[in-house]
Write a protein that binds this ligand. Structure first.
Ligand code: SAM
Ligand code: SF4
Length: 366
């Protein structure tokens, strides 16, 4: 099969012979820096029903033609290879907007019916804008989905409409309630703060979320949206978010020193009451100012079947061509290992030579 990249080619780092991953213990997705990817993020579509200003231009992006998107069966096959053969233990469904995918419940059910080599059920989670969540939360839970992250940057309806270019806040709030009622907990809320737009809501978002039993998390804005909307000097940094929160709330770090593969640093908020049994905690994901590349445990698949080692990778490996060219599961697993072996050390946003990936966030899968 000529289109299968030669393993030796993709696994040879600059400067030296290395052991091939096949010689490493087990069948894990190990890279040359010793990281092991156990967490698969899979984008189910590049389309979206919102147009968040930091993610997409108002007119959207050129959507991937339907024939190039992986089918449900192709997605299930790749997840099966990842969980059964490659040591993946967590699968997160994302997009674009993953709730636009009709087969989502079937894909989730197929994923949760898999077992890792240790006999465990893979952990599943969904990242969604929540607009369509209300009517699907129960079915998703029944399909075995464990948790959801819902993106919400403001509680003000007019501001939400400006920021996302769609008037859908009431549906998101209903989706959040439905997710909690369905047991997709802890429900996490992802917020991106933009200077002069919503940074004044940092404290109110935290209070509002914690009082309802949701877990708020702030994500630093990354250079993955329209080219003209990211400015490193204008970005609301993790340090600034922390100081905004500390101006009104008492925060105690949970594991500031050792973050491991968890992207969020977490603080307990002692002056807000959450419902019984829920720890009032807030997270900050400092992807830009305090990158967590050293502990990264992710491998990524786009909706059109391109394997990526990193959100910011500039190279992709075409698993769809392998699938459609008749490759066996073993061949696919080999190429997947080889691609991950060559994963870059870090995203390099703060390096002089940093170049954005060719795809926007919505087409990679955030
Ligand atoms: N549509 C879904 C949603 O909004 O949750 C899933 C896909 S979205 C790309 C995943 C996450 O990426 C969201 O929490 C969103 O806020 C975040 N995001 C999008 N563009 C971003 C950017 N330029 N910087 C940081 N986070 C971004
Ligand atoms: Fe859509 Fe999510 Fe991007 Fe917003 S952040 S435009 S909801 S993909």
């Amino acid at each position: 099969m000529s289109q299968i990249p030669d393993f030796a080619d993709v696994s040879r780092p600059p400067g030296g012979p290395l052991r091939a991953p096949a010689a490493l213990p087990g069948s894990a997705l190990v890279d040359r820096f010793g990281r092991i990817a156990t967490n698969l993020r899979i984008s189910l579509t590049d389309r979206c029903n919102l147009r968040c200003s930091y993610c997409m231009p108002a007119e959207g992006t050129p959507w991937c033609p339907a024939g190039e998107l992986l089918t449900d069966d192709e997605i299930i096959r790749l997840i099966t290879v990842a969980v059964r053969d490659l040591g993946v233990r967590q699968v997160r469904f994302t997009g674009g907007e993953p709730l636009l995918r009709r087969g989502l419940e079937r894909i989730v059910a197929a994923t949760t019916s898999l077992r890792t080599p240790d006999g465990d059920t893979p952990e599943t989670a969904l990242t969604t804008n929540g607009v369509l969540l209300e009517r699907r939360a129960t079915a998703l839970r029944e399909a075995g989905l464990r948790r959801v992250n819902v993106s919400l940057d403001t509680l003000d309806r007019a501001r939400y409409t400006r920021l996302t270019r769609r008037d859908r806040l009431p549906e998101v709030l209903a989706g959040l309630r439905a997710a909690a009622e369905a047991g997709l907990t802890p429900v996490k809320i992802n917020s991106v703060l933009l200077r002069g737009v919503n940074e004044d809501e940092a404290v109110s978002l935290v209070r509002w979320a914690l009082e309802r039993g949701y877990q708020p998390r702030f994500i630093e804005q990354m250079p993955l949206g329209p080219a003209d909307v990211w400015d490193r000097d204008e970005m609301v940094s993790a340090a600034e978010i922390l100081s905004l929160l500390r101006s009104e709330l008492t925060l105690t770090p949970v594991h500031a020193a050792v973050r491991g593969a968890a992207p969020a640093e977490t603080w307990i908020v002692s002056d807000v009451r959450s419902p019984a049994g829920i720890v009032p905690a807030v997270g900050i994901v400092a992807s830009v100012s305090r990158p967590f590349c050293r502990g990264c445990d992710r491998t990524r698949l786009t909706a059109d079947g391109q394997l990526r080692t990193c959100l910011f990778a500039r190279a992709e490996t075409d698993l769809r061509a392998l699938l459609r060219g008749g490759a066996s599961d073993r061949e696919i697993a080999g190429v997947w290992r080889g691609t991950m072996w060559a994963k870059q050390r870090g995203h390099g946003i703060d390096d002089g030579e940093f170049r954005r990936p060719d795809r926007p966030m919505s087409a990679i899968g955030g």
